[in-house]
Design a protein around this ligand. Structure first.
Ligand SMILES: Nc1ncnc2c1ncn2[C@@H]1O[C@H](COP(=O)(O)OP(=O)(O)OP(=O)(O)O)[C@@H](O)[C@H]1O
Ligand code: NI
Length: 324
C-alpha cells in the first residue's frame, strides 16, 4: 500500500467547544489506484486531506491514529520533512486554481521554477520541460500559453496548468479536493479524463475528493463513503454502486440524476447531518435513517466486511451498519 490511514481521529477546538471532525477513519490507497472520497458537506473529506498533508489549522488536535505513507508515519515527521513530502511526493490540487498559481508570474516561469527545484535541473532545461508539460495536459500552443499570466486563461485552462504543476515533481500520490467543482460540466469531464489518463500513464495514485458520486463512477476504481467524520462504506466502485449496503450510500445513489429519465426531480436526502460537537451515541446516521432499529440508536457500528458480497473474500467491501 502506498498510503494507509489507520484509526484517525481529529478534533478542532473553537470557542470552548470540541468539533469531532474525524472519528476512527481508516482506508488505504494502493500504487496507481484512483480512490474517491465522497460525502456531503462537513463529512470530513478535506480535513482528511489536510491531515495527510500536514496542513491542519492550529486549533486541530490529532487524537488518535496513524498515516503511513510508504510505510512511514507522516504524523511523526518534522515540519521540514512534511514540507518536502508535499509537492515533491504528494501533489495537491484544490477547487480554486487561482490559489495554487502566482498571480503576477508567467505560466511557463511558474512551472519551470518548480521543475528546476524538484528535479534539480538547469533553469533553461526546466523551462523546456515546462512547455512540454503544458502540451501533456493538452494545452494547445504551449509556447504561447507559457508566456501568459494566470488571469489571461479560462478556469479550465488554469486547472490544467495546476495539474501540470502538481504532476511536475512527479508525485506518487495526487490529492485532489473537488478539482472540478468550480468548472462547468463539459470542462469537468475533460479535466477528469485528463487526470485519469495522466495517472495511468505515470502510475500515480489519486485521492479524489468529491461530493458527487457521478464523478466517482466516472474515474475511481474504489470509493470511500464518509458521513459525519466516519467511513460508513467502502469497496470497489462497481460493487458499491451495484450493491450499496449502507442506507446513506443508497440515499446518495438515489440522489444521482437519473440519466434514463432526466425529467425526474433530484431526491435530496431528508434531514440534516449531526452536530459534530454533540454526536449521537449510536450510529451517526440513525437520526436520518429510514431503516434504523432500536439497536442503531444505542450501539455504534464499526466497519466490517459485507457478508456474502462479491468482494467478501478479499474483504474490500466494508460497511458500518447494523442492518447489513
Ligand atoms: N479550523 C477549523 N475549526 C473548527 N472546525 C473546523 C475547522 N476546519 C474544519 N472544521 C470542521 O470539520 C468538519 C469537517 O470539515 P471538512 O472541511 O473536512 O468537510 P468536507 O467533507 O470537506 O466538506 P465540503 O464538501 O463542504 O468541503 C466541519 O464540520 C468543519 O466545520
Ligand atoms: Ni471539503
Amino acid at each position: 500500500m502506498l498510503l494507509t490511514i489507520k484509526d484517525l481521529s481529529v478534533e478542532f477546538s473553537s470557542m470552548q467547544q470540541t468539533v469531532k471532525a474525524l472519528n476512527h477513519v481508516s482506508f488505504s490507497i494502493d500504487q496507481g489506484e484512483i480512490v474517491g472520497i465522497v460525502g456531503e458537506s462537513g463529512s470530513g473529506k478535506s480535513v482528511t486531506a489536510l491531515t495527510i498533508l500536514g496542513l491542519l489549522d492550529n486549533n486541530a488536535t490529532i487524537k488518535n491514529g496513524e498515516i503511513l505513507y510508504k510505510g512511514r508515519n507522516v504524523l511523526q515527521l518534522h515540519k521540514k520533512e512534511q514540507q518536502s513530502l508535499r509537492g515533491k511526493q504528494i501533489g495537491m490540487i484544490f477547487q480554486e486554481p487561482m490559489t495554487a498559481l502566482h498571480p503576477t508570474m508567467r505560466i511557463g516561469d511558474q512551472l519551470a521554477e518548480v521543475i528546476h527545484r524538484h528535479r534539480e535541473i538547469a533553469y533553461k532545461e526546466a523551462y523546456r520541460q515546462a512547455v512540454l508539460s503544458l502540451a501533456e495536459v493538452k494545452i494547445n500552443e504551449p509556447e504561447l500559453v507559457a508566456r501568459k499570466y494566470p488571469f489571461e486563461l479560462s478556469g479550465g485552462m488554469r486547472q490544467r496548468v495546476v495539474i501540470a504543476l502538481a504532476m511536475s515533481a512527479p508525485p506518487d500520490l495526487l490529492i485532489a479536493d473537488e478539482p472540478t467543482t468550480a468548472l462547468d460540466v463539459t470542462i469537468q469531464h475533460e479535466i477528469l479524463k485528463l487526470m485519469k489518463e495522466l495517472a495511468e500513464k505515470r502510475g500515480t495514485s489519486i485521492m479524489l475528493i468529491t461530493h458527487d458520486l457521478g464523478v466517482v463512477a466516472e474515474v475511481c476504481q474504489r470509493v470511500v463513503v464518509m458521513y459525519a467524520g466516519e467511513v460508513v462504506e467502502t469497496g470497489t466502485t462497481d460493487e458499491v454502486l451495484a450493491h450499496p449496503v449502507h442506507p446513506y450510500t443508497r440515499a446518495l445513489i438515489g440522489a444521482l440524476p437519473d440519466l434514463a429519465s432526466p425529467d425526474q426531480p433530484l431526491h435530496a436526502i431528508p434531514g440534516e447531518s449531526p452536530d459534530l460537537r454533540n454526536l449521537p451515541s449510536g450510529c451517526v446516521f440513525a437520526p436520518r435513517c429510514d431503516r434504523a432499529l432500536p439497536l442503531c440508536r444505542e450501539d455504534h457500528p464499526v466497519l466490517e466486511p459485507v457478508p456474502g458480497s462479491r468482494d467478501a473474500s478479499t474483504g474490500t467491501h466494508q460497511v458500518a451498519c447494523w442492518v447489513r
